[in-house]
Design a binder for this molecule. Structure first.
Ligand SMILES: C[S@@+](CC[C@H](N)C(=O)[O-])C[C@H]1O[C@@H](n2cnc3c(N)ncnc32)[C@H](O)[C@@H]1O
Length: 261
């Protein structure tokens, strides 16, 4: 009976519009650990639109299992390239800072790939900070770079920032269930989506050493909107990170000169 439940559940999920229905059914089955009633309850939660990661307890980023507590932003596959690139830019024994860390997923991927490095993270949401700590990250609560020790100024090699960057007017076009469960604080980037991005760039310019890199997730025309800011803050020409569909997913900017941020 339990085994039969999975194909049936996969069909129900597919009919409800879930794209990876089979895989999701299998994850729910594993999470239920053979308990048929529990599986039915987990399936009900998923069909009601609750994020899968909250139901099964986590998600993978770059093949790394990350615990994701209820209420915490679920790491997305389109962030993987940024996390991997950040690890590449981080020297052995270097220092990385991940602001807006959420579950700590990006920080965890970077830390796994650079075991000798120091990786610090921040998030304004206490639930996210607790979750990131449970994932082994030295995470601190507060606004962007605010909770970091002053002694880091000018010494950081890599800053990663998956900040809220959705323009406010576009929030309503996000997936139907997003705000039934998730907080707008993880998404809302102000009128053109760059309000937090701009503050993150200024903060990055203040903590990075010359030659250090800021990797920011963004979308649409935001890379262009940030160009004057990048220039003013002393970043060299930024390269755009695109996904396999050619969509802009982020920027990687190297600090050429210190002193403005
Ligand atoms: C889009 S999520 C990204 C989470 C994580 N980096 C990831 O990729 O899975 C944005 C996160 O930024 C946090 N946040 C929003 N505003 C912030 C601020 N001013 N300072 C620090 N964190 C902030 C939210 O609580 C949320 O966890």
């Amino acid at each position: 009976m339990y085994d039969r439940f999975v194909p049936e559940l996969a069909e129900r999920l597919a009919a409800a519009g879930f794209l990876s229905a089979r895989e999701e059914a299998e994850q729910l089955q594993r999470a239920a650990g053979g308990d048929e009633r529990l599986l039915a309850s987990l399936a009900g939660r998923r069909l009601a639109g609750e994020p899968l990661a909250w139901i099964v307890g986590g998600a993978e980023l770059c093949g790394r299992w990350v615990r994701v507590e209820a209420g915490v932003y679920v790491p997305r596959p389109h962030t993987e390239a940024l996390a991997l690139r950040a690890a590449e830019r981080l020297p052995a024994g270097g220092i990385a800072v991940d602001v807006c860390t959420g579950s700590g997923a990006v920080a965890a991927v970077v830390a796994d790939r650079r075991p000798g490095a120091t990786v610090l993270a921040t998030d304004v949401d206490e639930r996210a900070v607790a979750c990131a700590r449970a994932n082994g990250i030295d995470a601190r609560a507060g606004d962007l770079f605010g909770p970091l020790p002053a002694a880091l100024r000018g010494r950081v090699d890599v800053v990663t920032a998956v900040v809220p960057y959705v323009p406010t007017r576009e929030l309503r076009s996000l997936q139907r269930d997003t705000f039934a469960f998730e907080s707008a604080r993880a998404y809302d980037g102000g009128p053109d989506g760059t309000a937090v991005l701009r503050r993150a760039l200024a903060g990055a310019a203040a903590v990075l050493r010359a030659g250090g890199a800021a990797l920011l997730e963004l979308g649409g025309d935001q890379a262009g909107l940030l160009e004057p800011e990048l220039d003013r803050l002393g970043f060299a020409a930024a390269s755009v990170l695109s996904d396999s569909d050619g969509d802009v997913r982020g920027i990687e900017a190297t600090l050429a000169r210190r002193g403005v941020g």
